[in-house]
Design a protein around this ligand. Structure first.
Ligand SMILES: NC(=[NH2+])NCCC[C@H](N)C(=O)O
Length: 414
């Protein structure tokens, strides 16, 4: 334990100012034993629409990671970063504390779980923090809560949605926002991303611009439309309060000039802004046609030279305007080109559900997309976007596509 980690050379500054600058480094999480915890009894609560075939999901994810590496992208894995920081006592204490900080447990079970976790090697602790700790896996389990707890329940619940690394942190400029996830099944994910950014030497000196205990804000709702122009969806996950706090902090730190706040329907099919629209070129988005005309945005700005006290920043709010109009104005372009998901309403609805809009741009006009969304992908190709198609039959059961499954750590400036 406690051996210093080697400092890793990184090419250029970390961070991103757009969704489409050439992708250099990305953080992924290869799905593992945490997916084997899903059953028909718990999958709804754990935010999966079914019970995935884990080995196939891993094959699909490996092919996704390989497609990125083949195009020169460095792939970082959450479990490896987590294992590395878990040789530091401070990181261990923080993450063990977060794992047992659960009102279901009670003091006796909390103590038993803490001492169980404290004995684990960095590898085993990383694995347990992600896959969770089932009732009968806890050596020395005791206490009222332990006796009463259903045998199929978890002392530490698994994190199957860690797969969607987009949501638990987002880089804006050269800072990282550790987010505050709305669904109870995902709260603990951002304690892991916070610990990685705090303790891993790779990220030494990186400023954290948000935090896991603030108003709900999820990375899937944050779109870097162009340098300094950020769209934030508010709906099932991100609250208006979260969007406002992020805007203030971005303005105070000079990381944005305009934030567009975009209300989206509060339902599972549109849980994040990136389920209905993603950038595929500097001036183009693939978008769900059923919302393309009705999507509205409030434009939030702040006077220049606002100083660095975020709470003092005076916000100017105008709108609402049609999203595409507000976006083009803020981005300083004549028109935001929109490529439709599907052609007829039924195909569009099916392909939106299967994350046809959820593309990951590798550079302007090159995007990773699920192969199953054939009509959307053909529309992208027809619009001059090269589609890097990946399989997602099992990965898709968690309702997330290539964008949700990736957190860009470094993109070239445009
Ligand atoms: N950025 C995204 N669209 N992420 C998708 C997350 C899916 C995950 N099962 C959830 O419900 O939270």
């Amino acid at each position: 334990m406690c051996q210093p980690l080697p400092m890793i050379e990184t090419a250029g500054t970390m961070g991103a100012t757009s969704e489409v600058g050439r992708l250099r480094t990305v953080m992924l999480h290869r799905p593992g034993p945490e997916l084997r915890r899903l059953t028909p009894r718990n999958n709804d609560q754990l935010l999966f629409d079914g019970v995935p075939w884990v080995a196939r999901a891993q094959d699909e994810h490996d092919a996704f990671a390989q497609a990125l590496r083949d195009r020169g992208v460095e792939v970082l894995h959450v479990d490896a970063l987590l294992t590395e920081i878990l040789s530091f006592p401070a990181a261990r204490a923080e993450l063990i504390g977060a794992a047992v900080d659960d009102p279901r447990l009670g003091a006796t079970l909390q103590r038993a779980a803490t001492s169980h976790l404290a004995w684990l090697s960095p590898e085993d602790l990383a694995a347990t923090l992600i896959a969770g700790l089932a009732h009968d896996e806890l050596r020395g389990g005791r206490g009222l809560a332990y006796e009463v707890m259903d045998r199929s329940d978890f002392v530490v619940p698994p994190l199957p949605n860690l797969l969607f690394t987009r949501d638990s942190s987002v880089w804006i400029g050269d800072e990282v926002a550790v987010t505050s996830l709305a669904m109870p099944a995902r709260h603990r994910e951002s304690t892991i991303t916070a610990a990685i950014y705090t303790h891993h030497p790779r990220f030494a000196g990186v400023e954290q611009l948000y935090g896991s205990s603030l108003e709900h804000l999820e990375g899937g709702d944050v779109l870097l439309l162009s340098p300094g122009v950020i769209a934030v969806g508010v709906g099932e996950r991100t609250t208006p309060g979260g969007a406002e706090r992020l805007a203030r902090r971005l303005f105070a730190r000079g990381l944005a000039t305009t934030v567009l706040v975009v209300p989206i329907a509060q339902q599972r099919a549109t849980m994040h802004l990136d389920t209905i629209a993603t950038m595929v070129d500097v001036d183009a988005m693939v978008m769900y046609p059923a919302v393309a005309d009705s999507l509205r945005a409030w434009t939030v700005t702040a006077p220049a030279g606002v100083g660095d006290d975020a709470d003092e920043v005076e916000l100017t709010v105008t709108g609402p305007q049609p999203f595409v109009v507000a976006a083009a104005t803020a981005m300083g372009i004549d028109r935001l080109r929109v490529i439709d998901t599907g052609l007829d309403p039924v195909t569009a609805e099916r392909e939106q559900w299967d994350d046809g809009n959820n593309t990951l741009a590798l550079a302007p006009r090159i995007a990773v997309a699920y192969e199953r969304n054939t009509v959307t992908n053909a529309a992208l190709e027809a619009a001059g976007i090269e589609v890097v198609a990946i399989a997602g039959s099992e990965l898709g059961s968690g309702r997330g596509g290539p964008r949700c499954m990736s957190c860009p750590v470094q993109r070239d400036p445009l």
